[in-house]
Design a protein around this ligand. Structure first.
Ligand SMILES: C[S@@+](CC[C@H](N)C(=O)[O-])C[C@H]1O[C@@H](n2cnc3c(N)ncnc32)[C@H](O)[C@@H]1O
Length: 290
């Protein structure tokens, strides 16, 4: 069993000698649910030291990492250890400095509250095990499209909500009503925690466990989905049921190489592209009914 009290942390070191080692390892840290990570060079290798909550046993985190590493054969776990030193933890918390996203947003860990840059709309997100700290490129693409398309009074549905960062952003922009779904039950608790952190009432979002738009019964002005290509493609089958005729659908979580395939699926679903954004290898777009 792990330690739910959190008075110790797991530290895992991964190494890679690959071409895009830093990016690969940072992506693995983010996707695996690390709460903080640092990168350094050692004997010609790039090393990532990542911290994980002790609420899960180390075997859980190693299994999560090994699953992700299957896609990155150039990287491997080289060691892991238990850390009881709170100072070390504090140091890791600093691995999440406030991050400006788009024109208006700043994503901030709760320990940076009070240090909001002037004129920015703060999204307080606790970096945790549910994916979506706000620091991932695909989340930043989705947030940039949200600030462009969500208007005060809109009703917004968020598919694959993770930390809840996207619907929280929509609420901060004045969305009148939101709904969110995630297949991962831990994401729901995480969303509630983040809503509270942002001073949002729990009734501001119809938040439930569900596959894609399962249990979504009404149509929305904006749909957001930062999931991978396959679930995004599957979601297109339901788009007419959950998106208003004049609504906007925002899709992220895909790579540049998947763009052509997704664009052709969009047109088959009677949607046309209205905006697209690329950050490094990540790609996302906004679409409306043709
Ligand atoms: C890439 S994360 C995005 C999290 C957050 N929305 C963000 O933008 O940072 C994808 C999330 O989608 C969830 N997910 C994956 N497949 C799903 C599905 N079929 N239905 C609902 N949620 C799904 C995962 O559990 C995960 O929390």
């Amino acid at each position: 069993m792990g330690n739910a009290g959190g008075n110790f942390w797991w530290s895992v070191e991964l190494e890679s000698g690959g071409k895009a080692a830093e990016e690969t390892l940072a992506t693995i840290a983010d996707l695996s649910g690390s709460i903080g990570a640092e990168l350094f060079q050692e004997e010609g290798m790039t090393v990532l030291r990542a911290a994980y909550f002790s609420s899960h046993d180390i075997s859980h985190w190693i299994a999560v990492l090994n699953e992700l590493l299957a896609d990155f054969p150039e990287a491997r776990v080289r060691s892991h250890t238990k850390i009881e030193n709170r100072d070390w933890h504090t140091k890791h918390l600093e691995a999440f400095p406030p991050l400006s996203v788009g024109v208006n947003f700043v994503v901030m860990a709760p320990w940076h509250k009070g240090k909001e840059p002037k004129g920015k709309l703060a999204l307080y997100i606790y970096p945790s095990s549910a994916f979506g700290t706000g620091y991932h490129e695909s989340t930043q693409i989705a947030l940039s499209l949200i600030e462009r398309f969500v208007k005060a009074g809109d009703e917004v549905v968020d598919v694959g909500t993770g930390s809840g960062v996207l619907f929280i952003a929509a609420l901060k922009l004045g969305a009148a009503k939101t709904a969110a779904r995630d297949v991962d039950p831990t994401a729901i608790a995480e969303c509630r925690r983040n809503m509270e952190l942002n001073g949002l009432a729990s009734k501001a979002c119809d938040l439930r466990i569900g596959d894609l738009v399962e249990g979504v019964e009404t149509r929305f002005d904006v749909l957001t989905a930062n999931i991978l290509l396959e679930p995004n493609l599957k979601l297109l089958n339901d788009i007419g049921r959950v998106l208003k005729r004049e609504g906007v659908a925002i899709f992220s979580g895909m790579t540049v190489s998947e763009r052509t395939r997704f664009l052709s699926a969009l047109s088959e679903a009677d949607l046309s592209l209205v905006a697209e954004l690329t950050t490094n290898d990540w790609w996302g777009c906004a679409a409306k009914f043709a």
